[in-house]
Write a protein of this length. Structure first.
Length: 454
């Protein structure tokens, strides 16, 4: 194991961690997708909250209180099932986030420009704007978190407040429109079920992911045994309420079948403003979405960087990942590496149509590789006494992985799509195994060199 000169400073309090969790979990883009799926999505939100999100909170609370160390999921899995399983958990979690960040950036900026008004919508497909803007948001998040939590936490805190403010504005507008004019969507949750809505289950569960990030940063939380469980429950209640009320608000203002998955928030704000005589709602909403995007990206960048940092401490990744900045005490190498990888993915996405199609397959693999660590999370919780909640979490996670394997409607060949997806996931796992074996071999060789002669 690499010796760490000084541990990171414990700068995160309860308020910071609650806002960090909200910034990490809440994805405002999910509201439009859920509203488009119709009233049955409310049932899916409730089921996902009951059988995935609450078990996640219980697992994070239990394991975070018992083992409040830097690395979270990786450390819990390694202690429960051994080094290889811990490494695989951390490897999948890290890679899934590297694939996720570029998609988050592009989707968030597209929402922001649509929210800004019709005259700006062309920017959603304009490379001269999209690439520089994405890189600017990315590196603002990276740099502020490299500098440390005295600066970086404000990126996440402001992002959480901005996201909740944007969603809160939609919720308030939806409630007023509902009270004055009635809902635009007939809220019948018992009809309209089909395979497409059931398939949406994996996206609903994915939208609740991120609560584990706060525990990953346990080494920087003040009084982590008490703070992590309290933050998980406080933020969890706020997040579940946000998703359910936000979806209802959108359907109250716009008929569910007419909700655009990308521009649904703009539709709702514009429609509500027209009915209530409140113009110019969309531009402030665009500003809030952009600030929220920066905060969410910062939360994921800073939180997920602690996983390769912890793996680097155990020498399964290059030792540079375990370095802390001499002035700011942050895992700056891991953060900068993530920023560089995301920059490369963003540029590759814009290089040509074939690469973009290939990247879409990586997005599908993201969901699967992200859920693999959750299987380990719930299995570790099972070993620590959380039996029924862990079982529910495992079943929902397994169902999410299964639904993620379903090919999109426009797939030219179901078998080719499935083969690419499965082989791609196996390649990622195989690459992780190769890195692990090589590190083990190098570690044994170093141990033999250091062994004194008889």
């Amino acid at each position: 194991m690499v010796e760490q000169e000084a541990p990171p400073a414990r700068q995160l309090g309860l308020r910071d961690l609650v806002l960090f969790n909200i910034a990490a979990v809440v994805g405002i883009r999910w509201l439009a997708a859920a509203a488009h799926a119709g009233p049955p999505s409310i049932v899916l939100w409730v089921l996902a909250a009951a059988f995935f999100f609450i078990p996640s909170a219980l697992a994070v609370s239990t394991l975070g209180a018992k083992c409040p160390e830097q690395g979270g999921l990786y450390v819990w899995t390694r202690r429960s099932f051994g080094d290889w399983h811990g490494f695989l958990c951390g490897w999948c979690y890290w890679l899934s986030n590297l694939f996720y960040f570029p998609n988050l950036l592009l989707a968030g900026l597209a929402m922001a420009v649509y929210a800004a008004g019709d005259r700006y919508t062309y920017l959603a497909a304009a490379r001269p704007f999209l690439i520089p803007a994405s890189l600017a948001v990315l590196w603002i998040a990276v740099v502020t978190n490299v500098i440390g939590w005295r600066i970086g936490r404000w990126t996440e805190n402001l992002g959480a407040v901005a996201t909740y403010a944007a969603g809160g504005a939609i919720i308030v507008l939806g409630c007023v429109v509902w009270a004055l004019h009635g809902p635009a969507t007939r809220l019948d949750i018992l009809t309209g079920w089909d395979w497409g809505r059931v398939n949406f289950w994996s996206q609903i569960a994915f939208a609740f992911g991120g609560l584990e990030l706060g525990a990953v940063m346990g080494g920087e939380v003040r009084d982590p045994r008490r703070t992590i469980p309290r933050a998980a429950w406080m933020s969890g209640a706020a997040i579940a309420a946000f998703y359910i009320l936000g979806t209802l608000a959108l359907m109250a203002v716009v008929p569910s079948g007419d909700v655009n998955i990308l521009t649904g928030l703009t539709q709702a704000a514009t429609a509500a403003g027209a009915r209530l005589g409140i113009p110019a709602i969309a531009p402030p909403l665009a500003i809030l979405i952009t600030i929220g995007l920066t905060g969410q990206l910062g939360a994921w960048l800073s939180g997920s960087a602690r996983v390769p940092f912890a793996i680097g401490l155990d020498s399964y990744l290059p030792r540079a990942f375990a370095r802390l900045h001499p002035r700011w005490g942050t895992p700056h190498v891991a953060m900068l590496a993530q920023g560089a990888a995301c920059t490369a993915f963003l540029l590759l996405m814009q290089a040509g149509e074939n690469l973009r199609n290939g990247y879409q397959l990586l997005v599908d693999m993201t969901v699967i590789t992200y859920f693999i660590p959750f299987l380990y999370l719930f299995a570790s919780a099972w070993r620590n006494g959380r039996r029924w909640s862990a079982l529910a979490g495992v079943l929902v996670t397994a169902a999410g992985i299964g639904f993620s394997l379903a090919p999109p409607p426009d797939a030219q060949s179901v078998w080719i799509f499935e083969a690419k997806l499965i082989v791609g996931c196996l390649v990622l796992i195989g690459a992780g195994r190769a890195v692990f074996v090589r590190a083990n071999t190098a570690g044994r060789a170093a141990a033999r060199c250091l062994k004194p002669p008889l």
